[in-house]
Design a protein around this ligand. Structure first.
Ligand SMILES: [Zn+2]
Length: 245
């Protein structure tokens, strides 16, 4: 049985299931990499954490900042084929119990958010483009607007992503990202997770309520898919969050 990595584990939240897969769990994408066994991989990984793979809701991720409210009638969208995925969406949120939301990544950051008061959950896809659009803050604002969530009470966990050890960017990133950049030997590197962390703090989330597992997909490529390391062949990890039924 695969080990489920639970980014919200630290907060001892018993009402939520959250996890991200690893390389050993196989490719989870229905559109990228070798998709031959993707449905089987999803079924195996998700059933190990009590989720029926036919119920998940996924989107066509476009590195935007749209955060969409997911209702019960969206159940299964993107579960069995890519075409049925919710279009042009990089953030999903719901207050529905037993409705699992997913994001697929290989280097990009998945951001898991839980509001214990409503309760409600959100899951965001944040690559550098989504981070530039501040999707983290968009997610917090969407929860505030839809459910009256207080940012101070939110719990946030991160999935694995490419980090400043490995992600070299152009120097002009400095004007776009006032934090999360590291300069080494005259080269500029970005840490997507650190940038998102600061963006979340800036929109009211408490630092102590943010958990970063500090995993670099590129350096730890034996355990995680990395698009920058593997190119078009790269598979995708699945991130999933669900309010327990
Ligand atoms: Zn690295």
């Amino acid at each position: 049985m695969p080990e489920a990595n639970n980014p919200l584990e630290k907060f001892r939240i018993s009402l939520v299931t959250s996890a991200f897969s690893k390389r050993e769990d196989g490719n989870m994408s229905l559109s990228y990499g070798d998709t031959k066994h993707s449905l089987e991989n999803r079924q195996k990984f998700l059933s190990s954490i009590g989720i029926d793979y036919k119920n998940i809701v996924g989107s066509k991720q476009i590195h935007g900042k749209e955060v969409r409210y997911i209702k019960d009638d969206y159940r299964g969208k993107g579960a069995l084929n890519y075409d049925s995925s919710i279009p042009d969406t990089d953030g999903l949120m719901t207050d529905r119990k037993g409705l699992p939301l997913i994001i697929l990544t290989a280097d990009c950051l998945s951001v898991f958010i839980y509001d214990p008061k409503k309760p409600a959950v959100a899951l965001l896809h944040a690559g550098w483009r989504g981070t530039l659009k501040n999707i983290a803050c968009e997610g917090v604002k969407a929860l505030q607007e839809k459910f009256g969530s207080s940012p101070q009470r939110l719990f946030v966990g991160f999935g694995p992503s490419i980090r400043s050890c490995c992600f070299e960017v152009e120097k002009d990133f400095k004007t776009d990202f006032p934090f999360g950049l590291v300069v080494r030997d005259g080269r500029t590197y970005m840490d997507i997770a650190l940038t998102n962390k600061q963006q979340l703090i800036n929109c009211g989330v408490q630092e102590k309520n943010i958990f970063d597992p500090e995993i670099c997909t590129f350096s730890q490529n034996q355990d995680y898919f990395s698009f920058r390391k593997e190119g078009d062949k790269s598979g995708r990890m699945i991130s999933v969050i669900m309010l327990k039924p």
